[in-house]
Design a protein around this ligand. Structure first.
Ligand SMILES: *Cc1c(COP(=O)(O)O)cnc(C)c1O
Length: 229
């Protein structure tokens, strides 16, 4: 587990290098450590190494870690598929949801967000070209969904998220990331004021920084290869 601290350091070095190569300030790029499938003690080790924000894909597993690690002041981001029967427990335990792609889920999260917590930060997951997952709002439906979500009192729409299909070809990596950035710029030109572009994983971190990511979701490069079931 000593390697988690080393891995974090290596990831931060990759971010610094990619930022300076892109003429960006590394301080504008937030690192989310994706801890899905890893036990709470791995999260604790990353927290000891200075990592504050963690991403989880599975509701039950994520909530167990949120509860187990309450003594650490961590930020928890839900980044996986979300069914309507799980919205309440997510609204009660997480600080962010990145995978919002339907108004119905947004309405439930807003009405179920406990009053003693601040508004839930949300990103709209967009199905950009080459999207690996079937979920995500289509670019055509995005403006209407964004507008509707801004009307919900207990949500704060922060930006867009995508999960492009994995590829090692840098040009192919950049195309969907550039498309997501363009969709966000267009919304901001219409006055949305979105500040978060959630894109970039272990294999396409550099491409994502180049295309303007403000929040990287990094799992493997920090915690190691996940066992596949
Ligand atoms: C697993 C996952 C990540 C992290 O991917 P790595 O390749 O392990 O860095 C990021 N985002 C989402 C939505 C994921 O499901």
């Amino acid at each position: 587990m000593v390697s988690i601290a080393n891995n974090l350091q290596a990831v931060r070095a990759r971010i610094d290098k990619a930022a300076s190569a892109s003429g960006r300030n590394a301080d504008d790029i937030y690192l989310l450590a994706v801890s899905k499938t890893w036990p709470g003690e791995y999260v604790r080790a990353a927290a000891t190494a200075g990592q504050r924000a963690f991403g989880e894909n599975y509701v039950q597993e994520g909530v167990e870690k949120v509860v187990e690690l309450r003594d650490l002041a961590l930020d928890w981001h839900f980044i996986g598929p979300l069914q309507s029967n799980k919205t309440r427990i997510v609204a009660e335990h997480f600080d962010w949801v990145h995978s919002l792609d339907r108004l119905k889920i947004g309405e439930r999260l807003s009405s179920q967000r406990p009053p003693e917590l601040g508004p839930l930060n949300v990103c709209i997951q967009v199905n950009v070209s080459g999207e690996a997952s079937k979920s995500g709002c289509s670019p055509a439906d995005l403006p209407a969904l964004a507008r509707a979500l801004t009307q919900l009192p207990r949500l704060r729409l922060r930006g867009l998220m995508a999960i492009p299909a994995p590829t090692d070809d840098p040009a192919a990596q950049r195309a969907p990331l550039a498309e997501l950035a363009r969709l966000q710029s267009r919304l901001n030109a219409d006055g949305f004021g979105l500040d978060t572009l959630s894109m970039g994983m272990s294999h396409d971190l550099e491409a994502a920084v180049f295309e303007g990511s403000t929040m990287l979701r990094i799992g493997t490069a920090i915690f190691g290869d996940r066992k596949t079931s």
